[in-house]
Design a protein around this ligand. Structure first.
Ligand SMILES: [Zn+2]
Length: 269
């Protein structure tokens, strides 16, 4: 596996964990010169960890592992790198194994390189993006993927948090997005707009489907994701539930025996 240089001081190693959810695999980024940060070390796969160690030792010394969130395709290799190279783990205060908890706005520095943490809950409650200010490049983890969309948590408030997180990163005016999965995004602003529009479109579809009568989340998936491979329907159901929770929080829908229904009085008659 070879490293790909994205820009001076940023290289990418692709982890060998491709799947419908991880696309071509997890993107692991090495950032800096001589004193290095690794963003999202990735899954616990020996050949990937060896590749990170080899590249870090070629370039210099690994100062920190910076982790966007706790999922198994982002965090576990950080624990191995701490054992092998002594690199402390930087991330959200609730990130399992974190050595340097960081809050929104905190920075982590190695040599000439500084990353600023941006709290971006929604995909998970511990999700953080990291902004390489001098390059106006944002490491987006699973907030934004290089292609397609991402899974949002299906707890009450998760989708509303996720939308707020997208608006927050839009306000950074990043030039480049360096996602956890998929290709680098050169036009950051239009990608973020596309994500906001996509969620608004899905929400409109959910409301429109419920205007035909009550439905369960599963039934809504069958209808709205008819063109999506069935293997992805369980994940799609999480997204539909996330929309339903958001709409319920806004008082626009409620759940009853037959499923979810609009609160516009139509069902009460
Ligand atoms: Zn994730």
């Amino acid at each position: 596996m070879s490293a790909e240089q994205i820009m001076p001081g940023v290289s990418r190693l692709l982890a060998p964990n491709p799947s419908p959810m991880t696309l071509t695999g997890t993107n692991t980024y090495l950032v800096g010169e001589a004193n290095l940060l690794v963003v999202d070390p990735g899954p616990d796969l020996p050949e990937h960890i060896e590749a990170i160690v080899a590249l870090a030792q070629t370039l210099g010394r690994l100062a920190y592992s910076v982790v966007t969130h706790h999922h198994g395709d982002h965090l576990p290799a950080a624990l191995r790198l701490r054992d092998r190279l002594g690199a402390p783990i930087v991330g959200h205060p609730t990130l399992p194994g974190v050595d340097r908890p960081c809050a929104d706005g905190n920075t982590v520095t190695a040599g000439q390189t500084t990353l600023r943490a941006v709290a971006t809950p929604g995909h998970t409650s511990d999700h953080m993006c990291f902004f390489l200010e001098e390059e106006k490049a944002l490491f987006t983890g699973d907030l934004i993927a290089g292609q397609g969309t991402v899974i949002v948590g299906d707890g009450p408030g998760d989708l509303a948090d996720y939308m707020d997180s997208l608006r927050r990163v839009a306000s950074l005016h990043a030039r480049l997005l360096l996602p956890g999965h998929g290709p680098v995004v050169a036009n950051a602003a239009s990608k973020i707009r596309e994500y906001l529009d996509h969620r608004a479109l899905r929400e409109g579809q959910v409301v429109s489907a419920l205007s035909d009568g009550p439905a369960t989340a599963r039934a809504l998936v069958e209808r709205l994701y008819a063109d999506t491979p069935r293997v992805l329907h369980a994940m799609a159901e999480r997204n539909v539930r996330a929309h339903l929770f958001k709409l319920a929080h806004e008082g626009r829908v409620s759940e009853h025996g037959r499923g979810w229904q609009l609160n516009d009085g139509r069902e009460a008659r």
